[in-house]
Design a binder for this molecule. Structure first.
Ligand code: ATP
Length: 298
């Protein structure tokens, strides 16, 4: 029988806040991830991403609900090397070189991936002799990624792996990750960065207040923000005619000499503009992921 990479039912974790009031960090979370999926776990600060990932890794026990990784309890999946993580915090020895770090951890875990291969896959070969304290934030994250690859896990979990990196380092990190994910590994990563979710994930699970507010293919989540916007250069009488004639047409905004219009059916709106008005320079654009994010996590 083929198991899901991750399955949770009614997963719940509550903490006590500073004034002892309960905070539902994760609130009845149901999630199913099939092997090979690359899933972004997207949500604002305090949404419950880290708490969920801690439970996925068996580092925190849920108060109630169930969670399985490849059909196993999370701790067992972690012990057997089927799951590994790149977490936000986590000790690297500052005096070790990159290569020493990878070799020591490989020896400790009896990893199934050759240390040199893990370094190559995390794009570290050219800095193998550099001490950890001299590595940039991005290089240290890639080192953690190499360490996570050592047991050759089927599921790799990344908690905001590029937090604090500059654009260049983020690009290098994701290039290394993307190459690796093409080998069929399941990837679950938490992020605040919409563009990372957009460009790297097949699927987005959006979480807010410990609950899933949207879950689906990246393009579908974007579309949920409410269709498309049609913009054109248009004079006042034509704007009035569009608003009166096209069902549910609304004026969204005016900017740079253009008017931006929304409607239930954007194709119908565009057709009306092109055939019944003197509209020029008509453009149809999808809502951005940011629109969806703001709407769904509001
Ligand atoms: N050990 C703890 N004790 C008390 N409250 C906690 C603890 N850990 C998390 N919380 C609270 O649980 C909620 C969810 O936190 P969590 O760290 O899971 O969110 P997050 O989505 O990872 O946030 P961020 O993006 O800021 O890292 C927050 O309100 C947080 O303050």
């Amino acid at each position: 029988m083929t198991h899901l990479a991750l399955r949770s039912n009614g997963l719940t974790k509550t903490f006590r806040g500073a004034d002892r009031t309960p905070v539902a960090a994760v609130d009845h979370l149901d999630l199913a991830i099939t092997p090979g999926e690359v899933v972004a776990f997207l949500g604002p600060n305090g949404a419950g991403k880290t708490t969920t990932l801690d439970m996925v890794l068996g580092m925190t026990r849920p108060d109630s609900g169930e969670i399985e990784v490849f059909g196993l309890p999370p701790q067992q999946a972690a012990r057997s090397g089927r799951i590994a993580a790149v977490m936000q915090t986590g000790g690297l020895q500052p005096d070790f070189t990159v290569e020493e770090t990878v070799r020591v951890v490989a020896a400790l875990h009896g990893g199934s991936v050759d240390p040199a291969a893990a370094m190559a896959r995390a794009d570290l070969a050219h800095i193998a002799g550099r001490t950890v304290s001299k590595c940039s934030g991005g290089e240290q994250q890639r080192l953690k990624f190499a360490l996570a690859l050592l047991p050759d896990p089927d599921l790799i979990v990344l908690d905001e792996p590029t937090a604090g990196m500059d654009v260049e380092s983020r690009r290098a990190f994701w290039a290394a990750m993307r190459t690796d994910a093409m080998h069929g590994r399941t990837v679950l990563f938490a992020t605040h960065y919409l563009e990372e979710a957009d460009s790297f994930a097949d699927r987005i699970v959006m979480i807010s207040g410990g609950r899933i507010v949207a879950d689906g293919p990246t393009a579908d989540i974007r579309a949920r923000a409410g269709g498309r916007v049609v913009s054109a250069v248009l004079d006042e009488p034509d704007i009035a005619r569009v608003l009166a004639s096209v069902p549910h047409a609304t004026e969204v905004e005016r900017r740079g000499g253009r008017v931006y219009l929304g409607a239930q059916d954007s194709d119908e709106l565009a057709r009306f503009l092109l055939t019944d008005t003197a509209a020029r320079d008509v453009e149809i654009s999808a809502h951005t992921l940011e629109d969806a994010f703001l709407e769904l996590t509001a």
